[in-house]
Design a protein around this ligand. Sequence first.
Ligand code: ZN
Length: 470
Amino acid sequence: MDKAERLRPQFEALVGAAHVWGREEDLSHYNNDNRGLYFGDAALIVRPGSTEEVSRVLALAYENDIAVVPQSGHTGHSAGGVPAKGQIVVTTERLTQVRNIDPDNNALAVDAGVILENIHALAAAQDRLYPVSLAAKGSCRIGGNVATNAGGTGVLAYGNTRDNVLGLEVVLPDGRIWDGMRALRKDNTGYDLKHLFIGSEGTLGLITGVVLKLVPKPKGREVAFVGLRDPAQALALLLHLKGQLGSELTAFEIMPRTPIDFTLAYQASLRDPFPEPYPWYALVEISSGLSSDAARENAEQRLAAALESEIALDVALAQSEAQRQDFWAIRETMPPAQKPQGWSIKHDIALPVHRVPEFFQRADDIVAQALPGARICGFGHMGDGNIHYNITQPEGAPKALFEPKRQEINAKIHTLVSDMQGSVSAEHGIGLAKKALLAETKSPVELAMMQAVKQALDPKGLMNPGKIFD
Ligand code: ZN
């Protein structure tokens, strides 16, 4: 029996017996990562119902040297929430209270376990927008978004999660509560501690409350698919639209034909945006704070100009809200649509935006040499230089052929990214999956500073140990 299991009655006394689960339950949701690559073995799952309960749970774990793995929606892509044997998972899933919504100050204070989609709805009810959005919005929780500094499709105009957090409440490893739930735009009083916890992946403390920045809800929003020849043309289109529209260009996603084929095969209700296929596509969103007419006029004019100056082959502007949602659904269905096509190798990389076309050229060459016939699904947030360079196995190839190629291709792509002054993790974080890469790509000075922060806030090394670094 693990030490944590022996202490089960004490954890039960803190949060209620119904909210502590052990190995006799089905813990697979908490133990395993969602790609099926990592499998954990938690001693207990503890589900506190308030910040005070989190504080007592962490204090008890601290006194007894039990490692704690914070979890939120557990939808991450880097296995940052996978527990090792004997560790306990402390989940925020019962922390779902809305604490305060203040439309005049454009601020929303919530518990860390509120689901992202519910935050979108809360903001919309006040004619506001919380602009961070990602494919997992229906199941990811805001505390996890903050802990991983989630990105997604709204980064181009509004920034990452980091840019949209005003304040935090965090329970430290020893159980002390830091109340940093401030809703200020300016607060220049020494170290800005919230930024240490944003993107720390649960290695410094457990986030229990968040104050989010809201923005006025755009009055009009247009969504278009644009047919393109290649990524170089996509870059020309991006620069054209960005130059004309500034922050009214609210999304710019690119994708080649292959993942569109996968998506259309996976979800029968979705339609090809054009009668004929194109080699590449951009999904473009244009918003206006003035009116829906202004958004429409802007979209029509800018995209017509793009056709005229031959930086687009074809344009399909969505004609209704239903079609706007369908266009977005084509993009957002790409990750699950890859699954039935077989094994895949995935990358979440960032590059200087103007070098994205060069990256595709060089990366595609690497894959063509290493694994002929592999189907490349390199799609993503071109507007901010973040590409999910995913590779699906050659049709019908046995797993035995594909599996050994994973490491070789990963290594070559990540070397290419480093050579091009990019980042090996744009928005998915480090977790377990990219720990070795972090050690390879950061300078000793940078690693030493990160470890000094960890040592200062978690001297016993009990918060999510083994994630980001050892
Ligand atoms: Zn993404």
